[in-house]
Each structure stands twice: as C-alpha cells, then as structure tokens.
Design a protein around this ligand. Structure first.
Ligand code: 0O2
Length: 273
C-alpha cells in the first residue's frame, strides 16, 4: 500500500482515538466538578503504527485487504484506573453509552496471559464522521490499573528490543514482577477506603480554598484595601492550621461580610447616578 493510502485508511482511526480520549476525559471532568470520585485516572490513546501493523500482518498471515476487519486495535484507547475495583465500573460506563457498541470483551485480569500480561479489553464499534460520510470502525479500549500499566509498558519495550524472543532469565524476572503487581494491586485495594477518604478531603479542601479566594477577589470591588489585607492575612493563618472546620467557618463569615457590603450599596446608591 502506498504511503498516502495508509494515511487515508488510518485517518478515521486517528479521529476516533481523539474523539474517544476527549469523551472519557470529559467524564473525568464531570465527576470532578461534582466532587464525585472518578474510576478513570488517566486516558491515553494511539493509532497503531504502520510498522506494528506490518509485523502483526506477518505474524498472523493477514492480507492488506483484511487489515480493518481482522485488526481490532488499529484505534487503541487506554484507560488507567487507581484500583482493580474501578475497572468493572469503567466497563459498565462503556456499556451504558449509546455512542459506542460493545462487540466483545477480553478479561486478561481473571485470565492472566502466559506472559504475565493483565488488562481488561473492550472491543467497540464506533462511528466517525468523515469528509466522505460516516464510517463505522472498531476500537480497542484497554482498561488497567497503574500497576498493570507499569508492567505492560516495560514488557512491551522488551518485546520490541528482543523481537518476541525475550531471554528466559528476563522472562522469569518479568513473571515475578507480574506476580508482585498482583500483590501490589490487592494491597492497594485493602487500603482503598482510606486512600479514597484522603483524596476526597484533598478535593474538598481544594474546592473550598478556590471558593474563598474568589470571595476575597470579589470583595476588592466593595471593601477597602486595608480590610482586604486583614482578611487575607487571616485566611493564610487559618490555611496554615490545616483545619477544615475553621476554613468552612471562615468561608461562611466571608459570605456574611459580602452580604453586608451588598446591603450597604443598595441603601446608599452612588450620588452621581
Ligand atoms: P501494540 O504495539 O500495543 O499495538 P491474540 O492472538 O488474541 O493473543 P491479539 O489479536 O493481538 O492477540 O489480541 P490481544 O492479545 O488482545 O492483544 C491486543 C493488544 O493487547 C496488544 O497489541 C498489546 O497492546 C496488548 N497485549 C496483549 N498481550 C500482551 C503482552 O503479553 N504484553 C504486553 N505488553 N501487551 C500485550 P499488539 O498488537 O500486540 O501491540
């Protein structure tokens, strides 16, 4: 196939990858603004490289004309989760969507590959709109924990270096590492509640601090500079104490101060108006 034909073939897959990344990142955003825990930690994606397609064609005896039907991972999206428990939640989210249709799933978590590879794959049909009209393509969504991703990224680069012939002593080490990752994931799951509590408090505090800073900024148009400087100093002092209750109290006090100023400006309209 000529270079421009490869590009013609792969362009819709590139569009699909970019759209899918945006859609999953938007889900993250929606959770964040609502202060809800999101099972998606990070989203990445890629269109399979031409050399990787050529390698796979050779390995699986696939003709050029069969590429799009035989290879389901020309468009690949990877969703990284913090905990193993997040993975079925992400799978459920995908099933619930109407803009993609699940064709089938591969559970390499329940059934680890002999290499030690663990990940959950969902193959979807997805439609993109191109200059030539709509095009239905397949995309592979890999869902895995940070630990699983760490392992498979390292192992993948070794596969590239050794061209599928990783020496036995390295294979053995990789298998041990894969087992260690299984253990790590399960240890992380056992302290999941604590980790999530800590992350929740961090998010709540960030949200509160942002609101307080906005309140102080709004006061600039109402209060005098000396008073604002005093309020700011008080805020820094409370912030250093790291006491959420005091921060919440301070937030409420600022509301009252702002309401007071607003009432004053309604009582005494500017003389020049
Ligand atoms: P790349 O470079 O990521 O595109 P199968 O015959 O079913 O075993 P198939 O059809 O490739 O093989 O499907 P499979 O096994 O679900 O693999 C799809 C993708 O999952 C792979 O794409 C890898 O990204 C990943 N994967 C599968 N097995 C392994 C593994 O043992 N190690 C690592 N690191 N990744 C794996 P490609 O085309 O292999 O590579």
């Amino acid at each position: 196939m000529e270079i421009h034909s490869w590009r013609d073939m792969l362009d819709p897959y590139d569009l699909a990858v970019r759209e899918l990344i945006t859609k999953f990142e938007h889900l993250q955003y929606e959770h964040k603004v609502r202060g809800i825990y999101c099972p998606i930690e990070r989203v990445t994606g890629r269109v399979k490289s031409i050399s990787s397609i050529l390698d796979k064609m050779q390995k699986k005896h696939v003709e050029i004309s069969e590429i799009e039907t035989r290879f389901e991972d020309l468009a690949g999206v990877r969703i990284i989760c913090q905990f193993v428990e997040d993975i079925p939640k992400v799978v459920h989210m995908i099933h619930e969507r109407t803009d993609m249709h699940v064709k089938y799933e591969k559970d390499y978590i329940e059934h680890m590959k002999s290499s030690g590879y663990r990940s959950y794959h969902v193959i979807v049909d997805y439609e993109v709109q191109t200059m030539m009209g709509p095009k239905k393509i397949q995309a592979e969504i890999q869902i895995r924990t940070m630990g699983m991703n760490f392992w498979s990224t390292i192992e993948h680069s070794l596969q590239y270096k050794y061209k599928q012939n990783i020496p036995p002593h390295i294979r053995e080490k990789l298998m041990k590492c894969a087992e260690a990752i299984v253990h790590l994931d399960s240890e992380m799951s056992s302290v999941r509640e604590e980790i999530m509590d800590a992350q929740n408090s961090m998010r709540t505090q960030e949200h509160l601090v942002a609101q307080i800073l906005l309140q102080i900024q709004n006061l600039y148009s109402m209060a005098n500079k000396r008073e604002i400087a005093k309020i700011q100093d008080e805020f820094y002092e409370i912030y250093r104490e790291n006491d959420m209750e005091k921060l919440e109290h301070f937030h409420r006090q600022l509301d009252i101060i702002a309401e007071g100023y607003q009432a004053q400006s309604l009582t005494y309209p500017p003389l020049c108006s």
